[in-house]
Design a protein around this ligand. Structure first.
Ligand code: ADP
Length: 198
């Protein structure tokens, strides 16, 4: 951008990471509303915190009530929602944290753009796989009922699409597996890739 020249700071991502004892990463949870993104991320963050891993969660409703409160659920706004979140998650990555990002993020294209911002295989896409029927039965926030009744428009899975990841780093199935099992699977992956220590 014209006349914008980023300052080269003395301390880089790797320096911040070194004093934390683990690598930074983006754990990008994608899946239908009610699939279990927030539940698994929250439990995982607790487990990581116990291991003295530095984390932060970016969560749909929290960001939508603040930074992105000007956006609705049309496709254009959803793109902008994910674009801003992607940029924010990049900042968390640069800061050396493991950033757990929980958004439906229904479009492959938007998730791929988020991935492109993050270097060194630091972007880990986690597909929170749960059948629509099960999410609708759970109806944690009563939103599926409202969407079926026509009170909410552009609701993912009902009258807006969800594009499943084609090649996610991790898939967890929250209908078949418990929260603990899903969390263990992610922790094993982080150890295997040497993002966190054994
Ligand atoms: P999302 O963040 O994807 O919208 P939530 O985490 O808010 O979904 O809600 C998921 C709901 O499913 C919670 O009420 C949770 O208790 C329930 N649930 C049942 N089994 C699981 C599981 N294995 N993993 C995650 N959530 C589960």
């Amino acid at each position: 951008m014209k006349n914008i020249i980023p300052h080269e700071h003395l301390i880089k991502t790797k320096d911040r990471s070194k004093i934390k004892g683990h690598k930074p990463a983006i754990l990008w949870f994608t899946g239908l509303s009610g699939s279990g993104k927030s539940t698994v991320a929250s439990y995982l963050e607790k487990k990581l915190n116990e291991k003295k891993i530095h984390t932060y969660i970016l969560d749909g409703d929290n960001v939508r009530s603040g930074l992105n409160s000007d956006l609705d659920f049309t496709q254009t706004s959803r793109e902008e929602n994910i674009r801003r979140i992607s940029e924010v998650s990049k900042l968390f990555y640069d800061s050396g944290l493991i950033n757990l990002v929980c958004f439906i993020s229904p479009y492959i294209k938007d998730r791929e753009k988020a991935r492109e911002l993050i270097p060194d295989d630091g972007f880990i896409e986690i597909f929170v796989d749960c059948p629509l029927e099960e999410c609708e039965n759970r109806d944690v926030k009563g939103l599926y009922k409202k969407a079926r009744d026509g009170e909410i428009k552009h609701f993912t899975g009902i009258d807006a699409p969800y594009e499943s990841p084609e090649n996610p780093e991790i898939t967890i199935n929250t209908k078949e597996n418990t929260v603990e099992e899903c969390t263990d699977r992610i922790i094993s992956y982080l150890k295997e890739k040497q993002i966190i220590p054994e």
